[in-house]
Design a binder for this molecule. Structure first.
Ligand code: URA
Length: 297
């Protein structure tokens, strides 16, 4: 590579990072800007009939219209969706159908007799496509002997890099929240519903949540805390089956069945939400005091 091209590549990578494009979606690069000749559409492999119709019928079947758009002529056949360039198709790492993945997750999670085994099982589990896009598993942090367990939604970029939950800005606020009631990571256990970072920090899908749920449920069962704290709505919905907004559920006690016993569970605001809405910290503070009181009983 010439020095100019190397510099251009470095600048492009820096630009991607700045704009949040940070996940690799394919092994081989695809130059989507490459000149594909005069008729780019012709470069896209199409069945002959479709290609012929596109070439001959396209100009006649639409009005070259306002703002350069092409409007369909009444009665004209609907526009054909161009076939995707196979080279541009992102290979899906989804290794098994979702139903089978959920079943496999349940079986695998059930078989874990300790947290170490559960972590090892998750390291090997291939039923959740997020695993293939994340840098590493983000299993847990804190003390597995703790009486209180906090569960968030999914790791972000910092957590993906560190392999630990809640180490970014939300994590720093979570640490301050813990400190406010005399806790720290030696006296609390912290995990997420989803143990792999969704690319670009998108919300995990319902399917991904369903696949990961048996693992966090087993993790809670193995930690066996006295108090479970659900950070934010996704964690509350997944673990407590309550779909109301977090403003309605926060600060209320629910019962969570660990698999061996009932424990107390409280939803509260996710620290990321509190960073965006600092006025709500007052409510979060109340929740923390209630958690502190429960731990003193
Ligand atoms: N948000 C979460 O829900 N979990 C983390 O680990 C970090 C941010």
């Amino acid at each position: 590579m010439t020095p100019d091209r190397a510099r251009a590549a470095r600048e492009l990578l820096a630009f991607y990072l700045e704009t949040g494009v940070e996940s690799l979606v394919g092994e081989a690069p695809v130059d989507r800007l490459a000149d594909r000749g005069e008729d780019a559409a012709a470069a896209v492999p199409q069945p002959p009939a479709l290609a012929d119709r596109a070439r001959s019928a396209a100009p006649a079947s639409g009005f070259a219209a306002r703002n350069g758009e092409t409007l369909a002529r009444p009665g004209a056949p609907p526009p054909q969706t161009p076939l995707r360039d196979p080279a541009a198709v992102i290979p899906s790492p989804a290794p098994m159908p979702p139903d089978s993945a959920v079943m496999a997750a349940r079986e695998a999670a059930r078989s874990a007799r300790s947290l170490d085994e559960l972590r090892a099982i998750l390291e090997r589990f291939e039923g959740c496509a997020l695993k293939f896009m994340a840098k590493q598993l983000v299993f847990a942090d804190g003390n597995p002997e703790a009486r209180v367990m906090f569960v968030g939604e999914a790791p972000g970029r910092e957590e993906d890099l560190a392999g630990l939950p809640f180490v970014g800005r939300s994590g720093q606020l979570l640490d301050r929240m813990l400190a406010a009631i005399g806790l720290d990571r030696t006296r609390a256990y912290i995990a997420n519903i989803i143990p792999w970072r969704p690319p670009g920090n998108r919300d995990p899908s319902v399917q991904e949540t369903q696949i990961c749920l048996p693992f966090i449920q087993r993790q809670i069962e193995l930690v066996d805390p006295d108090v479970l704290v659900c950070l934010g709505k996704p964690s509350t919905a997944a673990l407590l089956g309550v779909n109301d907004g977090i403003k309605r559920t926060r600060g209320r006690w629910f019962s969570y069945h660990t698999g061996t016993r009932e424990i107390r569970a409280m939803p509260t605001y996710h620290p990321a939400f509190l960073l965006r809405s600092p006025l709500e910290k007052r409510q979060a503070w109340r929740d923390l005091l209630a958690i502190k009181k429960a731990l003193a009983e």
